[in-house]
Design a binder for this molecule. Structure first.
Ligand code: ADP
Length: 519
């Protein structure tokens, strides 16, 4: 058993521990992984929203460009701007350009309100102001900053974008430009195509006004606020923000679900591993026990063979030397030699039958036989043996015949083994009862003794090969541990059943049940 524990420890240290350590590591890093994936995903969504902002910037820069080019061209500024901006850009409401000595105001035909030069004077930075100076500085350094502010007129919101205008070769001019537009129209009419291209059917991209939970525009028909993963400011529209998420479940939920699934798989694997380790250990333990039992078996068998061999050789020697005084004695010695060689044959036959059966090589006959006949024959052959050993016996056969299908020799062997054991394991009360009865579709045979009995804990094991009860005097009595295992195998081959009732000190009953053949 010591090597069993060595094996068990080896399994624990080499296989179970590393896997548990790995699983623990996985468990501890799962939430970290979840955060990492979540972060990478959020960065991606951020980039998508960035591209929407970039796009709206490009659009407005395009308008400014149109204004700048129109101012430099000889053609009529009004018609150029009206054509390029108002006709194709429904969100653009009014254009304002201020030069050193003149001001231009162009209003879209669609506009229902108009703002006067006074309004622009008030809103736009004065050429002498620091703010104007700052814009100029930016522009001179190659960055055309757009100031953006939102205001309400009546119940409508407007966006005022103002900037310093550049010449076509990108030099700063003294012109200040402004565009008034409807921010929501801008989102819905101008930016919506961009929303759709970035969203495809993988995401939902929406724009919200800060004071409203219903989106101004969304690529999906309805938006679940929980599915929004990332929001971002609208660079040009201070009162609005952008939001992006997944169409169905929130991304966090999807990631969490994956994590939980992974966790479940991991735990199931660990559970399987535990079961596998347990089964392996159990098998190893069983194998080790069997190995131990085999070793015992070899020593038992050697012991069993040595006694008759020693007796035979001793008597043969005595006879050879002519040291036997009377003919009667000689006859007795011959008898002993014959009996002992019979015992040797018995043991060798038992081992051979066992080995044949263990290898599945033993062929059984399937004859129609009467159990009563076999039992009567075996017991009558045994009568002399029983009497000489000092046993009294009772044989009680069922009145009706007990037809079964099977191998007569094998069934006789079963009974012989049971009788041998009954003799071997009886000490004070030497009584043996052999009975056959007709049960419910069963032919039943019982062998009862009043011997030493078998402890409860060992009863299940006595049918295992090589098993011998190893307590008290029993260990002294001779045996191979094969008898009952042979019995069990033969009965299994006959689709029968074997039961054992036994109480230490009181005796044992072995009951064999065969399927009864229909008459
Ligand atoms: P063995 O050659 O040791 O008799 P068996 O397989 O026939 O091997 O029996 C296995 C063990 O079961 C025996 O060693 C013995 O301890 C116990 N046993 C079998 N039959 C009896 C019985 N009739 N009474 C008490 N113990 C028994």
């Amino acid at each position: 058993m010591r090597s069993f524990w060595k094996n068990a420890w080896f399994l624990v240290i080499a296989v179970v521990l590393p896997i548990i350590a790995y699983a623990a590591y996985q468990l501890s890093t799962l939430s970290e992984d979840e955060e990492n994936i979540s972060m990478i995903y959020q960065n991606q969504l951020d980039a998508i929203l960035f591209s929407v902002n970039q796009y709206s910037d490009d659009i407005v820069k395009g308008w400014i460009n149109t204004m700048e080019e129109s101012m430099e061209s000889d053609t009529n500024v009004d018609s150029l701007i009206s054509y390029n901006l108002f006709q194709f850009q429904p969100a653009v409401f009014q254009i304002y350009i201020r030069e050193l000595d003149k001001e231009i105001i162009l209003t879209s035909a669609e506009a229902d309100t108009s703002f006067t030069t006074d309004f622009y004077q008030q809103q736009l930075p004065d050429p002498a102001s620091d703010q104007f100076e700052q814009l100029r500085n930016y522009a001179e350094n190659g960055f055309q900053k757009i100031l953006s502010s939102q205001f309400n007129e009546g119940d409508r919101s407007y966006l005022l974008l103002s900037f310093i205008m550049l010449s076509p070769n990108n030099t700063v001019t003294s012109r200040m430009g402004a565009i008034i537009l409807d921010p929501e129209l801008f989102i819905r009419e101008t930016l919506s195509t961009k929303f759709q291209t970035v969203a495809q059917d993988k995401f939902v991209v929406s724009a919200y006004r800060r004071d409203n939970t219903d989106p101004v525009y969304s690529t999906a028909d309805s938006v679940n606020s929980e599915s929004i993963a990332v929001t971002n400011n609208f660079w040009l529209l201070p009162n609005y923000y952008l939001a992006i998420g997944t169409p169905g479940k929130p991304v966090q939920d999807i990631i969490r679900e994956r994590t939980v699934t992974n966790l479940g798989i991991l735990l199931t694997l660990i559970a399987f591993l535990g079961i596998a380790a347990f089964l392996i250990l159990r098998n190893v333990r069983k194998e080790m026990r069997l190995a131990q039992k085999k070793a015992d078996f070899v020593s038992n068998v050697s012991h069993e063979l040595r006694t008759p061999l020693a007796l035979i050789s001793m008597f043969a020697e005595t006879l050879e030397m002519d040291r036997v005084p009377t003919e009667e004695k000689k006859k007795e010695y011959y008898q002993i030699m014959q009996k002992e060689s019979g015992r040797l044959t018995g043991i060798v036959n038992k081992i051979l039958t066992f080995s044949q059966m263990d290898n599945g090589k033993k062929q059984f006959r399937h004859d129609k036989i009467d159990l009563n006949e076999i039992v009567a024959e075996v017991v009558s052959n045994y009568e002399f043996h029983l009497r000489t050993k000092g046993f009294s016996h009772v044989l009680s056969l069922s009145e009706e015949p007990l037809p079964i299908e099977g191998d007569k020799e094998a069934i006789a062997e079963v009974l012989i083994n049971l009788l041998d054991n009954a003799i071997k394991y009886s000490t004070d009360t030497k009584e043996i009862t052999v009975r056959t009865v007709k049960g419910n579709e069963k032919a039943v045979m019982t062998v009862q003794d009043k011997g030493i009995g078998i402890p409860k804990g060992d009863q299940a094991q006595v049918f295992e090969k090589f098993f011998r009860v190893s307590v008290g005097d029993l260990a002294q009595s001779k045996g191979t541990g094969l008898g009952l295992s042979l019995v069990k195998q033969i009965i299994d081959e006959h689709k029968g059943d074997v039961r054992l009732e036994s109480e230490p000190g009181k005796g044992s009953i072995f009951m064999i049940l065969f399927p009864l053949l229909k008459q």
